[in-house]
Design a protein around this ligand. Structure first.
Ligand code: NAD
Ligand code: TYD
Length: 353
C-alpha cells in the first residue's frame, strides 16, 4: 500500500451502477485516500465497470458479502476504515416483488452488519463516518402535486423501498443509541453508463437496439425524477466531505418525466442515433400489465443540498440521455456479457403484454 495515505475508505457495492461511478471518482480525485471496494458481484455487479481503475495503487477490490459477519469483522479489523460509503443493495423493485426476502437479507441484515462493525472503529476514531446511500422511494408515492423534502414521513410501498426505509431507520437508530456518526442521502432515479438493463432507461435503449417491444407498465402515466449518475456521484462526494453528521440530504435534478413521455423521447433520440425515420422506434411501445403497488409519482426537493453544500446537477436531461445512448452503443460487448444469463426470465414471465 502507498505511503502518505490520509484515509482508508470502504465503498460497498462499488462494482454496481452508481457504486462504480463513486469508486472511480474517489480513486481519481483523492490519490491520498485508499479506496476499498467490497462487492459480492451479484448479477448487478460487474468488474468490467471498473477496468480503468483496477491498476490504481490506491484501490483494492474485495469480493465479499455484507451479510457475512466474519468477512466484515475481519475486513474492518484489518483495515481500520475512516469512513464507509454504503451502496451495496438489491436495487430493483420488480425483483423485490418476486423475492422480498433477498432484499431483507442484503438491505437490512447487511446494513446492520456493517453498522455493528463500524461501532468498533468509531470508538477509536472521532472522525469516523458511516454514509448510507438511500432512495427517495422510502417516502412512498406523491399525488399530482408536491415534492419530497427531508421531513416527509416515510411511507414505503414496495418490498424494495420497505427494506431501504428499514435500513435508513437502523442507521439513524445507531446514531441515536450508540452515537455512531452518520449521514444519509436519499436520491431520485439515476440513469447513465453501466446501469443494468432491467431498469427503464437502459432496458428501453437495449430493446430498441434489438428491435424488441418496449414494455410500458399500466397506462404509462407514472412520474419519475431523473438524475445523471455522475451528478449523483458528485453529490455523494460533497455530502461525504461536507455534510453535517446526523443529517439527511435529498438529491434530485428537478427533472420529472411521465414514463410514457420519456419512452417517446428515447424513441426520438434512438431514431436519430440509428438514422431511422422518426416514428420507427415508437412502434415498439407496448402497454403491459401494471406493476403491483406501483408508486404514482416521485419528485425531490433538492433545495437543502443546494443551499447548504452548493450542489446542483451539471448535465441536462437530453444531454445526459445522449451520452447514455452513446455509451450503450459503444459498449455492446458489456451489454452482451451482462445479459448473457437468464436474469430477465422472471421478468418476461411476469410482465408479458
Ligand atoms: P446496483 O444493483 O446496480 O448495484 C448494487 C451492487 O451491490 C452490485 O455491485 C452488487 O453486486 C452489490 N451487492 C448486492 N448485494 C450484495 C451483498 N450482499 N454484499 C455485497 N455486495 C452486494 O444498484 P445501484 O442502482 O447502483 O444502487 C446503489 C445504491 O444506491 C443502492 O443502495 C440503491 O438503493 C441506491 N439508489 C439507487 C438509485 C437508482 O436509481 N439506481 C437511486 C437512489 C438510490
Ligand atoms: P425502474 O427503472 O424500475 O425504477 P423504479 O421502479 O425504482 O422507479 O422504473 C422506472 C419507472 O418505469 C417505474 O414507474 C416503472 C416503469 N417501468 C416500465 O413502465 N416498464 C419497464 O419495463 C420498467 C423496468 C419500468
Amino acid at each position: 500500500m502507498e505511503k502518505n495515505i490520509s484515509k482508508n475508505i470502504l465503498i460497498t457495492g462499488g462494482a454496481g451502477f452508481i457504486g462504480s461511478h463513486v469508486v472511480r471518482r474517489f480513486v481519481n480525485q483523492y490519490r491520498d485516500y485508499h479506496i476499498f471496494n467490497l462487492d459480492a458481484l451479484t448479477y448487478a455487479g460487474n468488474l468490467e465497470n471498473l477496468k480503468d481503475v483496477e491498476q490504481a495503487t490506491n484501490y483494492t477490490f474485495i469480493k465479499g458479502d455484507i451479510v457475512d459477519t466474519e468477512c466484515i469483522n475481519d475486513l474492518f479489523s484489518k483495515n481500520k476504515f475512516d469512513g464507509v460509503i454504503h451502496l451495496a443493495a438489491e436495487s430493483h423493485v420488480d425483483r423485490s416483488i418476486a423475492n422480498p426476502l433477498s432484499f431483507v437479507r442484503t438491505n437490512v441484515l447487511g446494513t446492520v452488519n456493517l453498522l455493528n462493525a463500524s461501532l468498533e472503529l468509531a470508538k477509536n476514531n472521532p472522525n469516523f463516518l458511516f454514509y448510507h446511500i438511500s432512495t427517495d422511494e422510502v417516502y412512498g408515492s406523491l399525488g399530482e402535486a408536491g415534492l419530497f423534502t427531508e421531513t416527509t414521513p416515510y411511507d414505503p410501498n414496495s418490498p424494495y423501498s420497505a427494506s431501504k426505509a428499514s435500513s435508513d431507520h437502523f442507521v439513524r437508530a445507531y446514531g441515536e443509541t450508540y452515537q455512531l456518526p452518520y449521514v444519509i442521502s436519499n436520491c431520485s432515479n439515476n440513469y447513465g453508463p453501466n446501469q443494468f438493463p432491467e431498469k427503464l432507461i437502459p432496458l428501453f435503449i437495449n430493446n430498441i437496439i434489438q428491435n424488441k417491444p418496449l414494455p410500458v407498465y399500466g397506462d404509462g402515466n407514472y412520474t419519475r425524477d431523473w438524475l445523471y449518475v455522475k451528478d449523483h456521484a458528485q453529490a455523494i462526494d460533497l455530502v461525504f466531505h461536507h455534510g453535517k453528521k446526523g443529517e439527511t440530504y435529498n438529491i434530485g435534478g428537478f427533472n420529472e418525466w411521465k414514463n410514457i413521455d420519456l419512452a417517446h423521447l428515447l424513441c426520438r433520440l434512438m431514431d436519430k442515433k440509428l438514422n431511422k425515420k422518426e416514428g420507427t422506434s415508437e412502434k415498439l411501445i407496448t402497454f403491459v400489465k401494471d406493476r403491483p403497488g406501483h408508486d404514482l409519482r416521485y419528485a425531490i426537493d433538492a433545495s437543502k443540498i443546494n443551499q447548504e453544500l452548493g450542489w446542483e446537477p451539471s448535465v441536462t436531461f437530453e444531454g445526459g440521455l445522449e451520452k447514455t445512448i452513446d455509451w450503450y452503443f459503444d459498449n455492446q460487448e458489456w451489454l452482451d456479457h451482462v445479459t448473457s444469463g437468464d436474469y430477465l426470465e422472471y421478468y418476461k414471465k411476469q410482465y408479458q403484454a
